[in-house]
Design a protein around this ligand. Sequence first.
Ligand SMILES: Nc1ncnc2c1ncn2[C@@H]1O[C@H](COP(=O)(O)OP(=O)(O)OP(=O)(O)O)[C@@H](O)[C@H]1O
Ligand SMILES: O=c1ccn([C@@H]2O[C@H](COP(=O)(O)O)[C@@H](O)[C@H]2O)c(=O)[nH]1
Length: 240
Amino acid sequence: MSDKKPRWRRIVVKLSGEALMGKASHGLDASTVEAIAADLASAARLGVETAVVVGGGNFFRGIAGAETGIERARADSIGMLATVMNALAMEYAIEKQGQAARALSAVAMPSLCEPYSRQAALHHLGKGRVVVLAGGTGNPFFTTDTGAALRAAELSADVILKATQVDGVYSADPKRDPAARRYETLTHDEAIARNLAIMDTAAFALARETKIPILVFSIKEPGAICAVLQGKGRATLVTP
Ligand SMILES: Nc1ncnc2c1ncn2[C@@H]1O[C@H](COP(=O)(O)OP(=O)(O)OP(=O)(O)O)[C@@H](O)[C@H]1O
Ligand SMILES: O=c1ccn([C@@H]2O[C@H](COP(=O)(O)O)[C@@H](O)[C@H]2O)c(=O)[nH]1
């Protein structure tokens, strides 16, 4: 890792749940979780206050559950529990790297982890701990993308780092349309107007309102988070 100065002081990383399953079809892949935990620990050691909102798509998504006949609010509750599993795994993996971490959940589960509050998150960030945020917004009908935008606004983060499966924002989903073009930069307005489904509209709208940029990049490369912190690697920057 180079010692180039990090671009931001406080970050919210949105980590896709699917990113944690490695090559498996679902669940957690131990070596993938370990590699991402090492990257997050390195980010904190660069002096960057690091919060990470974890998704749950490797276990369960509310929309998919609703399609099988579970009422949507209930299916979303199951989805939020999936994010708690990922957060507990990530908290443990970061601590195994010798870096302090604290999981905070928007869905109160005091016997498993601390309930989320803005004050607690700021306290742990100030102590140099990686804060792992579970439960998204804590409400059904939302996603962890919107959770990331919400926490970034509450915690006055400088940027949202969307760590995902693709190396940026494309004109269409690149997994479905091989002709899709990748954007180098884009505004929140353009992402919303063009209906670019890399994040949901609510997340883009909140980031636009709070003027927080979003950097979209692939988490598949080892050390991807520290690389983008140091201005390296392929990514799309979404700006106000
Ligand atoms: N315009 C687009 N540009 C890039 N990717 C897009 C676009 N539209 C849809 N996608 C898809 O969006 C996916 C990003 O979603 P991601 O995997 O981060 O899911 P998530 O819902 O945020 O997290 P989880 O995996 O926990 O459900 C990419 O893998 C990509 O296939
Ligand atoms: O604020 C939130 C965040 C998430 N959910 C539910 O959890 C799953 C998993 O989150 P992803 O963002 O899809 O990874 C999501 O599909 C919702 O069902 C929620 O209800 N509220």
